[in-house]
Ligand binder design. Structure first.
Ligand code: ARG
Ligand code: ZN
Length: 887
């Protein structure tokens, strides 16, 4: 999500910039204003004369009236920073056109025409990384959401589907590989070292799924035979030197293809599947039809350079983009307000896939942790929006945790209520009914309703209403059962108040603390503002286990006794509920301590209870280490801010940080012996032992705890782990601990790491991140210094994120009490905005959280937002985010 330094016109073309200046108050686009496009574009022919500094694009569009839309003679073709070199109508030079700001508008005399337009673009000057751009000498594209209009004039909206035929030509030595969507239909040599390729994609698609790649690439190739016996050629294209790191991507692709056949009945529909890895990329990856373009981060992995987490991320993103072939490409979105139709559903699909690959419990915990760290704060702040937004100025700003991750949770709730088998009937009906269409979220819900036999009238509120619902729990014994009363409230969010109750599915069970009896699980659905459910008891001392598996994306407000939480943490049969009880124990204590609500005795009692619970986890011989690691993980500071900022109370980042560090110290001191023997056990588990992953996780967590309780010892331990590491997980885990310590080993190992991996961009990104994210007291100075490091550049989003996204996520540095962290991020946004606005705007939400932070810091954060808002010529992206954040 981010970028660079020299303010230049992103197009590098002053003429064009003059013609279409960045509007000061960019227009608001509204969902309710949707109208179908008046023309159909059944066929599109594109010819590319490729050059890094100048590429000529000739686009020929077959155009005919759309019988389902209001008649209009006007053919509006979107453009962004483009100039038409020529416009032809039915082969003749046309005069019936004019520019309307950035768009080209042609008045068409008849019912059907052929429109040809020539444009010339400079990929090397394109620092926005939208449209056609150059990366390491190769050419590639990113068109979602509105990048195609930077290549040629076109109805650049997802509901205009067209069949594409593309011819690309360029110097063979520079671009030995020429790729596009669909199938390669012809290729040949031209004169003067030129060569060409023609591609045809038989599947009609919107312009955002167009892609083209030209460069010097090598492929890791394989095949996959589909359920109906179609043999598909698979290629993962990278720079030749990266080939040894592509096996995991290829394996992940094959697993994804198989899984989607088995789980959702979806078969691939072309003979070729290409993936290209690009090192300059704004996001994670892109699902272009038959030609996915990926950030290298989500393709390249081997044991020496990638952590266990990196391997999982590659597998998950490969799956995500592959699954889009059905949930996104075969069925696309009518308009960008429907983005969650493809993204929410595809995230759910990739989560379910990863649960099957990696283990359900741990994956679910990880997904909930991401939701709480990224989406809950968004939903509680000035940028809150429903999963189907009502308006935007810049659609790139709506590729959010809400649209993606909450969108997935909303569909997961339908699946929970329907049950897996009925849900499948619903998705089958959806794919069947809307194949080949540009659909809406409403279409999806209706298909699930009809196919799964669910009634979802009230459930549709989840699409309309922003804000994380809060469910207040109270209980009493009644008629031999537990009377459970649940009260829901949906908080006000910008532009939305007085919201209606939403259906909230909750898996619940009532255990008994005295006998240890585990109650039977049932699913209840809270649909009213307040509702009472009678649950059967399993013994005399009932303990409620609720929102098991995190069946609903809500905040549960319950006042459980500490002993109940300790019992649930040690004994609940639902792994998520165990994790949740551990988190709650820590959250309750840390928020109370940070708020000054605890006296010395209360503080000591809280720590003792948590240490007891951690001891039980550390010594539980039934637990596998991967789950043990989850249970040992303290709630993140961001999550604690959310918990602390409720009602009138604001979050105090300094107090939270200190209390959390003190708790780590207490755990390290109290459980020294237990943690040491756990470390001694796991340190000997071999890398490729099935238990190896869990072992590595636990090792790094223990080192982190000792870093707080016994820094000298931790430094020795971590230095040794670093030296002996045979894989990146151990190496990075050790270096992370060292980075936070004031020890000579810190600089020594950082240097060793840098020297070892110099030239490997993805690993050097880690080197920047480890320092920017560290607990070191001088982190601000260190980050400032790293910004002048020769390997730092504002032009590469991965590198910018590696330093500054890590820093913005480092509460201790970002929330420094003098405001230096806020200023640093504001400076970055201002420097990056002219280069790469999309990535610059991604840094605004960190400052936008000011309303939930205590007043001194809040004032400093707000002042930086105001400073940004006063800058001349802000991009639409940053303008929108800053305006909303201050609003
Ligand atoms: N559809 C892509 C994905 O899977 C995201 C692309 C968004 N790109 C952008 N520039 N906004 O998830
Ligand atoms: Zn996606």
């Amino acid at each position: 999500m981010d970028i660079a330094t020299t303010p230049t016109n992103p197009e590098g073309n002053p003429e064009i910039a003059d013609a279409a200046p960045t509007p000061h108050d960019p227009p608001v686009i509204r969902r309710e204003d949707y109208t179908p496009y008046p023309w159909l574009i059944p066929a599109t022919k594109l010819v590319f004369d490729l050059g890094v500094n100048s590429t000529k694009v000739t686009a020929t569009l077959s155009v005919e009236r759309n019988p389902d839309a209001g008649a209009s003679a006007e053919l509006r073709l979107n453009g962004d920073s483009l100039k038409a070199d020529a416009v032809l109508l039915d082969g003749e030079t046309a005069t019936c056109w004019e520019m309307d700001e950035a768009d080209l508008v042609i008045t068409l005399p008849g019912e059907a025409h052929e429109v040809t337009i020539e444009t010339t673009i400079d990929p090397s000057a394109n620092t926005t990384l939208m449209g056609l751009y150059a990366s390491n000498g190769m050419l590639c594209t990113q068109c979602e959401a509105e990048g195609f209009r930077r290549i040629t004039f076109f109805p650049d909206r997802p509901d205009v589907l067209s069949t594409y035929t593309v011819r690309m030509e360029g110097p063979k030595d520079q671009f030995p590989v020429l790729l596009c969507n669909g199938n390669n239909t012809a290729s040949g040599e031209g004169e003067d070292g030129m060569h060409w390729a023609e591609w045809h994609d038989p599947w009609p698609k919107p312009s955002y799924l167009f892609a083209l790649v030209a460069g010097d690439l090598a492929a890791n190739s394989d095949t996959f035979t589909t359920m109906n016996g179609r043999e598909v050629e698979l290629n993962v294209w990278v720079r030749a030197e990266d080939l040894p790191r592509t096996d995991h991507a290829v394996e992940s692709l094959k697993k994804s293809m198989k899984w989607d056949e088995e789980t959702f009945g979806r078969e691939y529909d072309l003979d070729l599947y290409n993936i290209v890895a690009v090192s300059d990329f704004n996001m994670g990856a892109m699902e272009n039809k038959g030609l996915n373009v990926f950030n290298t981060k989500y393709v390249l992995a081997d044991i020496d350079t990638a952590t266990d987490g990196d391997f999982d991320a590659v597998e998950g993103v490969i799956a995500h983009e592959y699954f889009h072939n059905w949930s996104g490409n075969r069925i696309t979105c009518r308009d960008w307000f429907q983005l969650s139709l493809k993204e929410g559903f595809t995230v759910l699909r990739d989560q379910l896939f990863s649960q099957d690959m990696q283990g359900e419990a741990v994956k679910r915990i990880e997904d909930v942790r991401i939701l709480r760290a990224a989406q809950f704060p968004e939903d509680a702040g000035p940028l809150a929006h429903p999963i189907r937004p009502d308006s935007y100025r810049e659609i790139s700003n709506f590729y959010t945790a809400t649209v993606y991750n909450k969108g997935a949770e909303v569909i997961r709730m339908m699946r929970t209520m329907a049950g897996t088998e009925k849900f499948r009937l619903g998705t089958d009906l959806y794919f069947d009914r809307h194949d080949g269409e540009a659909a809406t979220c409403e279409d999806f819900v209706t298909a699930i309703e009809d196919g799964a036999g669910l009634e979802l009238a009230q459930f549709r509120r989840w699409y309309r209403q922003a804000g994380t619902p809060r469910v207040e729990v109270s209980q009493e014994l009644k008629d031999g059962g537990l009377a459970l009363t649940l009260k829901q409230t949906v908080p006000d969010t910008p532009g939305q108040d007085a919201k209606g109750a939403m259906p909230i599915p909750l898996r619940v069970a009532v255990h008994c603390r005295e006998t240890g009896a585990i109650g039977e699980e049932q699913l209840i659905v809270l649909t009213l503002d307040e509702e009472t459910f009678i649950l059967p008891l399993s013994g005399p001392v009932p303990v409620l286990s609720i929102n098991r598996g995190f069946t609903a994306p809500v905040v549960i407000e319950r006042d459980l006794e500490r002993d109940d939480l300790v019992f649930l943490a040690a004994s609940d049969d639902d792994p998520f509920a165990r994790y949740e009880a551990m988190q709650e124990l820590a959250v309750n204590h840390l928020v109370a301590a940070a708020s000054g609500d605890l006296d010395e005795a209360g503080r000591a009692a809280g720590k003792t209870a948590i240490c007891d619970a951690v001891r039980a986890v550390v010594t539980d011989s039934e637990l596998d280490d991967a789950m043990r690691g989850e249970l040992m993980t303290l709630p993140s500071e961001t999550y604690l801010f959310e918990a602390m900022a409720s009602g009138m109370r604001k979050a105090d980042p300094g107090a939270i940080h200190n209390e959390r560090e003190q708790l780590k110290t207490a755990i390290g001191v109290t459980l020294k012996r237990e943690l040491e023997s756990l470390y001694a056990r796991v340190v000997d588990i071999a890398f490729d032992d099935p238990a190896g992953r869990g072992a590595r996780k636990v090792k790094s967590i223990i080192a982190g705890i000792f870093a707080a309780s016994d820094p000298e010892r931790a430094a020795i331990m971590a230095a040794r782990q670093f030296d002996e590491a045979g894989n990146m997980t151990d190496r990075q885990g050790a270096l992370m601990v060292l980075c936070g310590l004031q020890t000579p080993a810190r600089d020594e190992k950082l240097k060793a790491f840098f020297d070892r991996y110099q030239g490997n961009d993805l690993v050097i990104d880690k080197w920047f991140t480890l320092q920017a994210f560290s607990l070191h007291p001088d982190v601000i100075d260190q980050v400032n210094e790293l910004a002048s490091h020769p390997d730092f550049t504002m032009k590469n989003p991965n590198r910018v994120r590696s330093l500054y996204m890590a820093f913005a996520g480092n509460p201790q540095g970002f929330h420094a009490i003098d405001g230096a962290g806020y200023r640093m991020i504001a400076d970055l946004i201002l420097a990056l905005d002219p280069i790469n606005p999309q990535t610059a705007a991604r840094f605004v939400p960190a400052l936008g959280r000011w309303r939930r932070i205590e007043s001194v810091r809040a004032g400093l954060m707000k002042a930086q937002l105001e400073r940004i808002s006063e800058a001349e010529g802000l991009s639409r992206d940053t303008f929108e985010q800053v305006t909303r954040s201050l609003g």
